[in-house]
Design a protein around this ligand. Structure first.
Ligand SMILES: NC(=O)c1ccc[n+]([C@@H]2O[C@H](COP(=O)([O-])OP(=O)(O)OC[C@H]3O[C@@H](n4cnc5c(N)ncnc54)[C@H](OP(=O)(O)O)[C@@H]3O)[C@@H](O)[C@H]2O)c1
Length: 337
């Protein structure tokens, strides 16, 4: 009998979006302790673009399948797995890769059971974007309900999540975005700042009479982080968690930002700089937060912005769209198209 096949996207040689190739292979069985998930939706993140384009120490070697966040249905349960059944809807945050596929084998301990009623593309935005936003806001910055916050990249995947969670927490919000994204940012309850044409440090200082309590910075780079620290009031907190401002997605920004993190430890007047933790190292915590976020989605308390649902086999087109910068929210790959 011919073994069943499945398709996945593979990067065999680093380069532009055309480096994403569709391959058809034999469908793997889950190892002991794993479940096989039939993927419905896979998120695309800035990390995927960086790893497709360049080599970074500690990240997967070629060939690899990008994708860190998935939602799907358990298809086969591996030996030794308890508490999961075939047919259950699940979400998972994968290590560094693997999500751009019709099927993925995942350690059972890393999946979270979710409601069968949720839209797969909306649910997958919870797995990396809202999770990062929640941790940055409630576990790192520990916002209070009257805090004034500045969210950089307010129209991005994590930025829109921060603004929605911030609105739920009763924060006074300001957000940097390109002009075409100002309407969206306003709809999400923030006062927009045009980072391309205005000096955001001056704007936030005048709007808040002295600076923000918290600045969330997914943009990175030494100059940007320094300026973000200047946008804080005395005693304020800067939370850095990305390199979205880098044209080459991190090649130069990461070392500069790491250096910056050391220097930011020396900020004056009680200002602090912090970053988000690696959640995969704390499985219980990640599952608990993801479960909470799926609850918010099911209750209609957050409404994720899905920029486009792109068929899995058109992953290269999706990367092109992201690199063009002409989108807001999150671009999601889907398998049912
Ligand atoms: N540490 C973690 O756990 C974690 C998790 C998720 C994401 N991240 C990182 O966080 C970053 C953002 O992710 P994302 O998914 O939200 O990316 P995204 O959807 O691509 O959004 C990036 C946003 O950055 C904005 N931007 C670019 N340059 C800017 C600048 N100089 N000043 C202000 N805004 C600027 C863009 O705004 P306009 O389009 O309005 O110009 C865009 O909305 C990425 O580097 C990603 O790797 C980290």
């Amino acid at each position: 009998m011919t073994p069943p096949k499945y398709r996945r996207i593979v990067v065999a040689k680093r380069g532009g979006p055309e480096a994403l190739r569709v391959v058809t292979e034999n469908l793997p069985d889950p190892a002991p302790g794993e479940v096989r998930v039939k993927v419905e939706a896979a998120g695309i993140s800035g990390l995927d673009i960086m790893l497709r384009a360049r080599r970074f120490p500690g990240f997967p070697k070629l060939p690899f399948t990008p994708g860190v966040d998935i939602v799907g249905v358990v298809d086969v349960v591996g030996d030794g797995v308890e508490g999961l059944l075939s047919g259950q809807r699940v979400a998972a945050l994968l290590g560094f890769n693997g999500g751009y596929a019709e099927y993925v084998c995942v350690a059972a301990k890393d999946v979270v059971v979710i409601s069968g009623d949720l839209d797969a593309a909306e649910a997958v935005t919870m797995v990396a974007n809202y999770l990062t936003a929640h941790v940055a806001m409630h576990e790192v910055a520990r916002v209070g309900d009257c805090d004034r916050v500045l969210v950089h990249g307010g129209a991005g995947g994590v930025g829109t999540a921060l603004l929605q969670l911030g609105a739920l927490a009763g924060l006074e919000q300001y957000a940097t975005a390109s002009k075409p994204n100002h309407e969206l940012v306003s709809t999400l309850g923030a006062i927009p700042i045009d980072y391309r044409n205005d000096d955001f440090v001056e704007r936030i200082r005048s709007l808040t009479d002295g600076g923000a309590d918290v600045v969330f910075d997914p943009v990175g780079g030494a100059r940007q982080l320094w300026r973000s620290s200047r946008a804080l009031r005395k005693g304020g907190r800067l939370v850095w968690f990305g390199v979205a401002g880098s044209k080459d997605r991190g090649a130069k920004v990461i070392p500069a930002s790491l250096l910056m993190r050391g220097l930011l430890g020396l900020l004056p007047d009680g200002r602090k700089a912090m970053t988000t933790p690696d959640l995969l190292k704390d499985n219980e915590r990640y599952r608990r937060i993801l479960d909470h976020l799926m609850g918010l989605l099911a209750a209609g308390k957050v409404t994720p912005i899905v920029a486009e649902r792109v068929p899995l086999i058109e992953a290269a087109r999706a990367h092109k769209r992201i690199e063009s910068g002409r989108y807001a929210g999150k671009v999601v790959l889907v398998t049912d198209a």
